[in-house]
Design a protein around this ligand. Structure first.
Ligand code: GAR
Length: 192
């Protein structure tokens, strides 16, 4: 089985979806460690309930973005990780991390890329007045939210949507496509 690491900053619903996909055999893998950058995030509580080791690496205690990435790399190497999933990681990663896991770093973003890159993809979609929104799982490259697309899913934007309602609809799709994207990324690796 694939040895997966997950990076999260928030509620951790995508982290849990991935762990459950491993648990029920939809994904031939095992989440061996969760890295969070905030001690008080929901993802950490979920790791406790799921029995998955969780390491807090607080970005405020790191002198630079590169130093944060180096701490992540040390953690992932110690756990002999094959593939890393950014599941709501709200820090910009540098070439240090990307270079350590080439083709092995997957991100989930709450928009139909290449639309609405960066922070608040959901709010940007609402502000633009699009009637289709969605999510994208992609490989991470040095341009933010621009690496090769693995899987996308679309959802309708409804008339009375606010950010919270639309985001919830998008997240249900994220939970479905993220395990698929990780399988695809693993297959790409195996094929060289
Ligand atoms: C997800 O919707 C993910 O797409 C988004 O953060 C949310 C995390 O939810 N990521 C980004 O916006 C990255 N720029 P979760 O903590 O419940 O998985």
């Amino acid at each position: 089985p694939l040895r997966l690491a997950v990076m999260a900053s928030g509620a951790g619903s995508n982290f849990e979806a991935l762990a459950r996909a491993c648990g029920d055999g939809r994904l031939h893998g095992h989440v061996v460690v969760l890295a969070v950058n905030r001690a008080d995030c929901g993802a950490r509580d979920r790791a406790g309930r799921l029995g998955i080791p969780c390491q807090v690496i607080d970005h405020r205690h790191q002198p630079s973005r590169e130093a944060l990435d180096r701490a992540l790399i040390r953690l992932f190497e110690a756990h002999r990780v094959d593939l890393v999933v950014m599941a709501g990681w709200m820090r910009i990663v540098t070439p240090v991390l990307i270079g350590a896991f080439p083709e092995r770093l997957v991100n989930i973003h709450p928009s139909l890329l290449p639309s609405f890159r960066g922070a608040d993809g959901v709010g940007q979609a609402l502000a633009a007045g699009v009637t289709l929104a969605g999510c994208t799982a992609h490989l991470v490259t040095e341009q933010v939210d621009a690496g090769p697309i693995l899987v996308q899913a679309a959802v309708p934007v409804l008339a009375d949507d606010d950010r919270e309602r639309l985001h919830a609809r998008i997240q249900r799709q994220e939970h479905r496509i993220l395990p698929l994207a990780v399988s695809l990324a693993a297959r790409r690796l195996a094929q060289g």
